[in-house]
Design a protein around this ligand. Structure first.
Ligand code: GDP
Ligand code: MG
Length: 447
């Protein structure tokens, strides 16, 4: 084995090891969210929080004029002829190109079942019929971590699409991690439709967009290529929504298509690097969001427990108040009734004897005098009044002692379990995955 070949083989081996670590990290994060029993999405839902599971791959949306070389680029990246190229514009739709265990083509309906996050596309009329998925077994480059979305080529004029292309592309732009815009030197490099769409996408997702001058081998000599580039950049800069300082537009072409033997520089590796960078960023963001989501869940649990302990102490006070009012409500009317009966020497208390009654009314002082002023014919009203007061006091006691529901012991236990799970189990898993990621990425830089 020659030195160079050996070097390349070991680089490839390292590359596939990196890929499998990255794949594993994204897969494990995904399942931490989606497990049916213990998944974070389900846990959060129980706490009134809606979480989105991270995706296992990044999505690259390819847009550009008809025949700009989008499908050819995908075939080159995948190293398999998955997408037909040079297709008539009328037959073009959206295609998802992704890796899987066996080569397969799926219809629109199957695609939307397979990728539930694309489900809203169904609402755009007619799209489902023009949607396919190509699953390839290729493991080339970083393909196992990428889903390409190939879009219909855009042209100006009366061309009628069987569905709202602009709306669909804009919607896909919201979901994509990267948006590649291909401009080709021949054909309609400056199609208005493409420019309008790019302007709109740029408005929302400037950081995801990358511009490329595709099929650069067909641009002629270096001076012609420069001129084409200038024209495109000028046209782009005319759009207020696209006026950036300095346009970066690598020139690329599919190496084996350079039939004319053009010697122009090919920056197609830049595209691969961009994809790789985005994968790495996605892994970091996914791990960071995992930590944030754990914290968010733990915070909600803390909050619920704190509120519950406040409610419990409010309940305790209410119960005490209720008991107090209840006691007064019973005692006060009884005392009033007793003093009334004693003071008025009512028949009911005559058994106590005249002397005792006289002494008692003497001790009752002004209260006895007040009771004695009540004419005998009103006595029943006084008694009814006192009973009424007693009833009112008891009602107050009932209201004062009303309590709010608190968590049962079982509920509290399950909340604490949730907190422990996210703070310990999930976080330590995240820590481990981060370490694996860093170890591998440091190793990459060592190469
Ligand atoms: N010379 C050259 N031809 C290319 C290149 N990429 C694509 N083509 C050709 O351009 C035509 C349109 O390419 P295709 O990938 O179907 O474009 P799409 O409509 O953007 O998907 C096909 O005939 C391809 O063979 C390239 O980099 N160099
Ligand atoms: Mg195509």
């Amino acid at each position: 084995m020659s030195g160079k070949l050996r070097q390349r083989t070991s680089a490839n081996a390292a590359d596939s090891a990196t890929q499998s670590v990255n794949e594993k990290i994204l897969k494990e994060c995904h399942s931490l969210y989606t497990e049916p029993e213990n998944g974070m999405v389900k846990i959060a839902e129980g706490l009134g929080l809606s979480l989105l599971a991270p995706r296992k791959k990044i999505t690259v949306l390819m847009i550009g004029n008809h025949s700009a070389g989008k499908s050819s680029f995908i075939n080159w990246y995948v190293e398999e002829h998955v997408q037909r190229t040079g297709v008539a514009i009328e037959t073009q739709g959206f295609s998802f190109i992704t890796s899987g265990r066996k080569r397969e083509s799926l219809t629109g309906n199957a695609t939307l079942h397979l990728y539930p996050h694309f489900e809203p596309l169904r609402q755009i009329e007619g799209v489902t019929d023009y949607l396919t998925t190509e699953i390839s077994t290729s493991k080339q480059k970083k393909f196992s971590l990428v889903t390409f979305v190939d879009t219909p080529g855009l042209v100006d004029g009366d061309m009628k699409y069987p569905f709202d292309v602009n709306k669909s592309i804009l919607w896909l732009g919201d979901l994509a991690d990267l948006i590649f815009v291909f401009f080709d030197p021949i054909g309609q490099a400056l199609c208005k439709r493409t420019l309008n769409l790019v302007e709109e996408l740029n408005h929302k997702h400037a950081e995801r967009i990358r511009f490329y001058l595709s099929k650069a081998d067909e641009a002629g000599h270096e001076s012609d290529r420069q001129r084409v580039m200038m024209q495109i950049v000028q046209e782009l800069c005319k759009r207020p929504g696209l006026n950036r300082t300095g346009f970066d537009m690598p020139t690329i072409y599919v190496p084996n298509m350079n039939s004319k033997g053009s010697r122009c520089a090919n920056q197609i590796e830049e595209v691969c690097k961009d994809i790789e960078k985005t994968i790495n960023q996605t892994i970091q963001t996914t791990l960071n969001s995992l930590e944030k989501d754990c914290d968010q869940i733990a915070d909600i649990v803390e909050d619920k427990l704190a509120k519950d302990s406040v409610t419990a102490s409010v309940n305790l006070r209410a119960k005490f108040r209720g008991a107090l009012f209840g006691f007064i409500g019973m005692l006060l009317p009884l005392v009033l009734l007793a003093t009334y009966l004693v003071s008025t020497k009512s028949e009911v208390v005559k058994v106590l004897g005249e002397d005792i009654l006289a002494t008692m009314s003497l001790y009752l002082g002004p209260l006895a005098r007040a009771w004695q002023k009540v004419p005998a014919q009103y006595s029943q009203y006084v008694i009814m009044g006192i009973v009424g007061v007693a009833l009112i006091m008891l009602l107050i006691a009932k209201f004062a002692s009303s309590t709010k529901p608190t968590l049962s012991r079982k509920q509290k236990k399950s909340l604490l379990e949730v907190r422990d799970y996210v703070q310990n189990t999930v976080k330590s898993k995240k820590q481990k995955l981060y370490q694996e990621y860093l170890k591998q990425s440091v190793a990459d830089h060592d190469l």
